[in-house]
Design a protein around this ligand. Structure first.
Ligand SMILES: Cc1ncc(COP(=O)(O)O)c(C=O)c1O
Length: 505
C-alpha cells in the first residue's frame, strides 16, 4: 500500500472513530451523505427508525409476519445470511439455489398430493405466483384457443386482490362470481358466468377474508365438464391445510387430489414460516408450466430465459425457505397446525363471547374475521380502539369486519387481545361518534358509499401524497381539513345512513 493510501485509510479510520462517538444525527435528509456513515451510528439510526414498527415477536400483528419462535428465527436468519448476496438470475452460477428450489417444489408438490408430473417454480410471494398463473393460462389459451380475443377468468368474490392485479397487468377480464351465505364460492352462479371467452376458473383454500375453503371438488368437476383449467389459491392454506386435514379436522379435498385442479399457489413465507420472499406455483404438468417461461433469443446481452416475473432474484429467500421446511419437518408442521387451530378456536370463542361481536362463517383454518351484530358498535371504531391499545389490525368490507390470522406465536397475546377487545367495544358503545373519526371514518365511507370512482380517486390522491417528494409515511386517516368535498359528503352520507338505521331500531 502506498504512503498516500495508508494516510487516507488512517484519516478514514480516525473520522469513523469520531463519528462513532458523536450523538446520533438525523440521517433521513434525502441527500447522499458526503462521507459514508460509520457502522454504529448507521445501525443505531436504523434501529431507531424501527422503534414504532409493529412488534411481531410479541404477537401484536395478525398478518404480515409468521413468527414461530426465536430458535427457528435464528436458524432461518443464518440460512438467509449464508446466501444473502446470491442471485438466482443465473441458476448455472448458483447451482445450490437450483437444488433448493427443486427440493422446495418437490416437497410442496408431495404435500399437496401432486404426482410425479407436477412441476413448478419458486417465486417471491403469493402475488407473483398468482400473476404467473394468470400469465400462464392467458398464453395457454392463446396457444390452444387462438380465437379467444377477450379472455376472462371466473373467480369467487372473496378471491385475493392479487387476481385483480393480474387481470389488469395481463389484460384478462376478471368476473367475480357471488358467494353463498357461508362465504364460499357459489357453484351455480359460477356455472352461469362461464362463456366462450372464459379461460380459467379459480377457487381459494382458504379465502383470505373469512378463512373458508371454496368447494374445490365441485369446481374441479365443473372445470372438467367445461374443459377449463382450475387454479387453487392456497397461498394461505398450502402449508397448513394438509396438516390440519391429517390431524382429523374436516378439511375437504382442495389440492391435486381433486381431478380438474391444474395449478396451486402456496406461500412458504406464510404458514411455511420462511423468510419473506418465498412462494411456490405448481402445475399439474409441464403442458402448463412451459407457458410461464419467457425466452428471448435476440437480445444483444445474449439468449435470455426466465422462469418467472423477476430478473435478479434473492437467493437468500430461496435458501431460507428450504431451511424452514427442512428444520420444521412433518412432525413440526403437524404440531404447529394443531396448536394454531386450538389457539384460533380459543380466540374465536373469546370473540363470540363478547356482546355485539360475532365470527363470520365457519372458518376451515386458523384465519377468521368478526363483525358487529350491534348497531351501536361500529366495528371500524373498535379497530381504531384496538390500534390505540397497541394492536395492528386489518379491516375488511362486504361485510365490515376485523381480521386475524393466528400463528403459534400468538399464544402469549390472545388473553390481552380479548381483554382489549372487550374494553374497545365498551368504549365504542360509550362514544358512538368514534365511528366518524380517525380511520373508522375512512373505512366506513369506503364500505358504504356506492361511488367506487370517488373512493378510488381519493385513495389515489392519498397514494400520490404518500409518494410525493419527501413523503415518509402512509396514513389512511385523513384530517377533516384535508378531505376534498366528495370525501366530506361521503362521511356525511355515512352518518345519515347510520342515523336512519338506528332510528328504525
Ligand atoms: C389467499 C391469499 N392469496 C394471495 C395472497 C398474496 O400473497 P403475498 O402477499 O405474499 O403476495 C394472500 C396474502 O395474504 C392471501 O391471503
Amino acid at each position: 500500500m502506498s504512503v498516500v493510501a495508508q494516510n487516507r485509510q488512517k484519516e478514514k479510520q480516525e473520522q469513523q472513530k469520531q463519528e462513532e462517538q458523536q450523538p446520533a444525527k438525523n440521517l433521513f435528509t434525502g441527500n447522499l451523505p458526503e462521507q459514508g456513515i460509520a457502522k454504529t451510528p448507521l445501525l443505531d439510526a436504523m434501529q431507531a427508525a424501527a422503534a414504532e414498527d409493529t412488534d411481531f415477536k410479541a404477537g401484536k400483528v395478525w398478518s404480515l409476519v409468521y413468527h414461530k419462535d426465536d430458535e427457528h428465527y435464528g436458524t432461518i436468519k443464518e440460512a438467509h445470511n449464508m446466501f444473502f448476496s446470491t442471485n438466482y438470475l443465473n441458476p448455472m452460477a448458483f447451482k445450490s439455489l437450483k437444488q433448493f428450489e427443486t427440493d422446495v417444489v418437490r416437497m410442496s408438490a408431495n404435500m399437496l398430493h401432486g404426482d410425479e408430473n407436477v412441476v413448478g417454480t419458486m417465486t417471491s410471494g403469493g402475488t407473483e405466483s398468482i400473476l404467473m398463473a394468470i400469465k400462464t393460462y392467458r398464453d395457454y389459451a392463446r396457444k390452444k384457443r387462438p380465437w379467444v380475443r377477450r379472455p376472462n377468468m371466473i373467480v369467487p368474490e372473496t378471491v385475493h386482490v392479487a387476481f385483480e392485479k393480474a387481470a389488469k397487468y395481463f389484460d384478462v377480464k376478471i368476473i367475480r362470481a357471488p358467494i353463498g351465505k357461508d362465504f364460499r364460492a357459489d357453484l351455480a352462479a359460477t356455472r352461469k358466468l362461464i362463456n366462450r371467452n372464459t379461460i380459467l376458473l379459480v377457487g381459494s383454500a382458504p379465502s383470505y377474508p373469512q378463512g373458508v375453503i371454496d368447494p374445490i371438488a365441485e369446481l374441479g368437476k365443473l372445470a372438467q365438464e367445461k374443459k377449463l383449467p382450475l387454479h387453487v389459491d392456497a397461498c394461505l392454506g398450502g402449508f397448513m391445510l394438509p396438516f390440519v386435514k391429517e390431524l382429523g379436522y374436516p378439511v375437504p379435498d382442495f389440492d391435486f387430489a381433486v381431478p380438474g385442479v391444474t395449478s396451486i399457489s402456496a406461500d412458504v413465507h406464510k404458514y411455511g414460516y420462511a423468510a419473506k420472499g418465498a412462494s411456490v406455483i405448481l402445475y399439474r404438468s409441464m403442458d402448463y408450466l412451459r407457458h410461464q417461461f419467457l425466452i428471448v433469443s435476440n437480445w444483444s446481452g445474449g439468449v435470455y430465459a426466465s422462469p418467472a416475473l423477476l430478473g435478479t432474484r434473492a437467493g437468500s429467500a430461496i435458501a431460507a425457505a428450504w431451511a424452514s421446511m427442512q428444520t420444521i419437518g412433518k412432525q413440526g408442521f403437524l404440531e404447529m397446525a394443531d396448536k394454531s387451530m386450538q389457539l384460533a378456536r380459543d380466540m374465536m370463542d373469546g370473540v363470540n363471547a363478547i356482546d355485539g361481536l360475532q365470527v363470520l362463517g365457519e372458518p376451515d383454518m386458523c384465519v377468521f374475521s368478526y363483525h358487529s351484530t350491534d348497531p351501536e358498535v361500529n366495528i371500524f371504531a373498535v379497530g381504531d380502539q384496538m390500534e390505540a391499545r397497541g394492536w395492528s389490525i386489518n379491516r375488511q368490507q362486504h361485510p365490515d369486519a376485523l381480521h386475524a390470522m393466528v400463528t403459534v406465536n400468538h399464544e402469549q397475546a390472545i388473553p390481552r387481545y380479548l381483554a382489549d377487545l372487550k374494553a374497545s367495544v365498551a368504549e365504542v358503545k360509550r362514544n358512538p361518534d368514534l365511528a366518524y373519526e380517525g380511520s373508522a371514518a375512512m373505512y366506513g365511507m369506503v364500505s358504504k358509499v356506492p361511488l367506487k370512482g370517488m373512493i378510488e380517486k381519493n385513495v389515489l390522491a392519498m397514494m400520490e401524497q404518500s409518494y410525493a417528494p419527501g413523503a415518509a409515511s402512509l396514513s389512511v386517516a385523513v384530517d377533516e381539513g384535508e378531505q376534498d368535498l366528495a370525501m366530506k359528503l361521503g362521511t356525511r352520507f355515512v352518518k345519515l345512513v347510520d342515523w336512519f338505521r338506528n332510528r328504525g331500531r
